[in-house]
Design a protein around this ligand. Sequence first.
Ligand SMILES: Nc1ncnc2c1ncn2[C@@H]1O[C@H](COP(=O)(O)OP(=O)(O)OP(=O)(O)O)[C@@H](O)[C@H]1O
Ligand SMILES: [Mg+2]
Length: 263
Amino acid sequence: MIRIENLSFGYCKRNILKNINLSFKEGSFTGILGPNGSGKSTLLKNILGYLKPNSGSVFINDENINHMKRKEYAKLVGFVPQKSGFSMAVSVEEFILLGRIPHLKNKWNGFEKNDREITDEIIKQMNLEKFRERNVLTLSGGEFQRVLVARALCQQPKILLLDEPTSALDLNYAVELLGVVKELSVYKGITVVTVLHDLNLASFFCSDLVLMKNGGVYMTGNQNNIIDSDVLKDVYGFDSKIIEDGGIPYIIPVCKSRGVLNV
Ligand SMILES: Nc1ncnc2c1ncn2[C@@H]1O[C@H](COP(=O)(O)OP(=O)(O)OP(=O)(O)O)[C@@H](O)[C@H]1O
Ligand SMILES: [Mg+2]
C-alpha cells in the first residue's frame, strides 16, 4: 500500500535520510523505532509530502504522491503530528469535526448530518464525552493528544501516520489508544505507521517494526528479531535483559549505576 523507494532527504545541505527503501502492507501496524534525531519524524513528513525528498519517491497504491491531488491524499491519509501549533479556541467537538474537511462535498455548504454522526461515534470510541464542550486550549497535554488522534480518526483514513501518539499519555490511555488503533488495522484494514519510543508497547502492539539509526534503516522485521539485547545495545547504546510473556519479548533496562538503586 505504501512504498518508499531510494528516498534521501536533507535539511539545507545536511543529509538526514539516506536511501530509504520500505513498504507497508495494507492492514499492517508498523512501529518506527530509533533514537532521538534518527530521522523518524522527517521520514513521516516525507511520506506526507510536507517535505520533498532530494531523490527517490513515495507511492501509495502504486501512485507517486507527487501526482496525487491534495484532497484525494487527505481522504486517504490521516496524520497525528509530534508537535501541534494549534492555537484557536474551539470546542473539542468542533476540533474533531475538522477531520471531516477532506470529505466535504461542497465547502460552502459546510458539514452535513453524516459528518456530525461520525464525530459523535469517534468521541465515544475515544472516551472523550466529558470533554466535548471544552475549549481545546484548556486541555492537558495528554487530553489534547487524544483529541488529535480523534480528529485523525474522524477523517476515516485508509492510512494513519502517527508521530509519538502516546508520548504524553499515562499507561492506561496509551494502551487504550493503541488498542483502538490496532482494532482499526485488524478489523478495518487500515494501514498504521506509528513512531513509538516505548519499545515494550511497540513489541506488544506492532505487527511489523522498522528500526532507524542515523537517518538509515538499521533493521526491519518484528519483535522477534528487533527486541534483542545486542540490537538495542548497538542502536541505542543501553544494556538490557529480555524477558518473554505469552510469546512477546519485553525489555528490562539494566542500569549501569545499579548500586545507586540499592541505596
Ligand atoms: N527543520 C529542520 N531544520 C534542520 N534540521 C532539522 C529540522 N528538523 C529536524 N532536523 C534535524 O534532523 C534530524 C532528524 O530529526 P527528526 O525530527 O526526524 O528526528 P526523530 O527521529 O523524529 O527524533 P525524536 O525522537 O527526537 O523526535 C535531527 O538531527 C534534527 O535536529
Ligand atoms: Mg520525532
